[in-house]
Design a protein around this ligand. Structure first.
Ligand code: TYD
Ligand code: MG
Length: 480
């Protein structure tokens, strides 16, 4: 019998190291390695083909119908899932602790149970009483939901085996479940993987939808949901800032639906409320006629979302100027500043630059470039952008403004929210069909960033801060 060997696995990314070390080679995180014991297997037969069964190869074409779905009745959640839970599928819901994962899942589970599907909620983190109190607060304590507090995988599997016609099972959280045949502690990569695989197998064979809750921790003390992503059918991340009431559920992987789809919720006294019109919410606190503010007509998944981009410039106190970004990419900000300086002759280098996406949304689209540029130029010249205008377009290194996807969808959303003008990339004649812009929306097509800057610069009331030629390396920082 071979001796068991030891290995050290990064709890954040799963990279295996033969020896303990402070820093993970895979992801660069510190103090994330945990020791695991591996039972060495006796050498197997040399011929792998021995004893295998022949699998049948079939043509691509066959009789398959779209999977039936279990709708939760929460439209925002159903959309992100691609139309509801698919029986036999495994969905991972990740997010920071305290963001609202247990809340949304309890709400969804209660809805499914009320619709007549057998629904089980296994809490490994909280006692029955705690979950009951939450249900009371959410107003769902009357739902016929099966609730259990358990963390031993053996017990959970045995209990699920006994159940008949289960529709949905929630495991909150996968990091608390453990399998006693493994030496490692609950929450380690091997425990999390083994438990997820066992539960997933049961879900597939019994045909119930399984939801695994996974915490993302900055410290990496618990195995992050990242190590599970390849084992599940869909991964949803619950994002948001605990300081804001908005929560965004985002699909990063979905075998049964579109990715990058978002659901927007608002955390209230009585749980998570759906936000059917996020643009109105994100723009609710906008004040017109302030410099440094521009509205971006963005796209999240299939849905247009309007958000306010805010920029603030203040003369740097000396040393290297600060660049602080919340909700956008600091690399793209640096690029835009460089383009504004080199191609549009603006002097911004000696100013501290602060950029914020109001409302706590995080934007990844390059289409936001033009709105960010407008906010920056408006801040630099101290002239407000027209409050009735939305902006979108990608900016290239020579200052050219490039086309982005779904122009019409963005324009329709802008018109719906009462905007009367849009600044967008100049259309290139490709012989395609004409753009159908909503009635009453003035389109100002812009080919180069300098065309956006000119009207602001013409009436600038404040001189750009400094005229120094030397441009020191900006100190970049980003808040998440
Ligand atoms: P929770 O669902 O426990 O987070 P997670 O499971 O992701 O760790 O949510 C915890 C937070 O939500 C907590 O700070 C309180 C807040 N909350 C409300 O504001 N309203 C509510 O109705 C509920 C149930 C929670
Ligand atoms: Mg929880």
């Amino acid at each position: 019998m071979a001796k068991p060997s030891h290995r050290f696995v990064c709890q954040s990314c799963g990279t295996v190291h033969p020896k303990w070390q402070g820093k993970c080679e895979g992801c660069g995180a510190w103090n994330t390695l945990a020791e695991e014991v591996v039972e060495a297997r006796a050498p197997g037969p040399a011929k792998a083909a021995l004893g295998g069964r022949r699998v049948e190869f079939v043509p691509l074409k066959g009789q398959s119908s779209p999977p039936p779905r279990t709708r939760t009745g929460m439209a925002e959640l159903d959309r992100v899932l691609g139309g509801g839970f698919v029986p036999g599928s495994v969905v991972l819901v990740g997010g920071d602790p305290g963001i609202g994962k247990s809340t949304i899942l309890l709400q969804a589970a209660a809805r499914v149970a009320e619709a007549g599907k057998r629904t089980l909620y296994v809490s490994g983190e909280e006692a029955i009483e705690q979950v009951r109190l939450r249900a009371l607060r959410l107003g769902v304590s009357g739902a016929p939901l099966g609730l259990a507090a358990a963390s031993s995988l053996r017990d959970i599997l045995a209990s699920l085996e006994e159940e008949r016609d289960v529709g949905l099972v929630i495991m909150d959280s996968i990091q608390t479940v453990w399998l006693d045949s493994l030496d490692s502690a609950p929450g380690t990569v091997s425990q999390v993987r083994a438990c997820a695989a066992e539960l997933g197998r049961l879900a597939k064979s019994r045909g119930f939808a399984l939801v695994l809750v996974g915490h993302v921790t900055k410290e990496g003390t618990l195995a992050g949901p990242r190590v599970l992503e390849h084992m599940v059918d869909a991964t949803l991340y619950f994002e948001g800032d605990r300081g804001h009431q908005f929560r965004i559920l985002r699909a990063t992987k979905n075998r049964f639906g579109a990715t990058d789809e978002i659901g927007v919720f608002e955390m209230t006294e009585t749980g998570l409320a759906e936000v059917p019109n996020p643009s109105a919410l994100f723009l609710a606190e906008r004040r017109g006629n302030v410099s440094g503010s521009a509205v971006f007509a963005g796209l999240e998944g299939t849905r247009p979302v309007l958000v306010e981009v805010q920029a603030l410039l203040s003369p740097s106190a000396g040393g290297s100027p600060r660049r602080q970004v919340v909700g956008w990419d600091s690399g793209r900000l640096a690029m835009l500043l460089a383009v504004l300086e080199s191609r549009c002759r603006m002097t911004l280098g000696m100013n501290d630059v602060y950029l914020n996406i109001a409302g706590g949304l995080r934007i990844n689209e390059p289409a936001a470039d033009l709105a960010v540029a407008a906010a920056l130029v408006s801040a630099a010249t101290d002239r407000p952008c027209s409050p009735d205008t939305v902006y979108f377009g990608e900016v290239g290194l020579s200052g050219e403004i490039r086309q982005v996807a779904q122009t019409e969808l963005r324009l329709r959303e802008a018109a719906k929210l009462g905007f009367s003008a849009a600044t967008l990339p100049r259309r290139v004649a490709r012989g395609g069909r004409a753009l159908s812009a909503p009635e009453g929306l003035r389109l100002s097509e812009t080919g180069h960033l300098a065309d956006l800057v000119a009207p602001f610069a013409a009436g600038a009331t404040r001189k750009p801060a400094a005229k120094e030629k030397a441009k020191p390396e900006p100190a970049e920082a980003e808040f998440d």
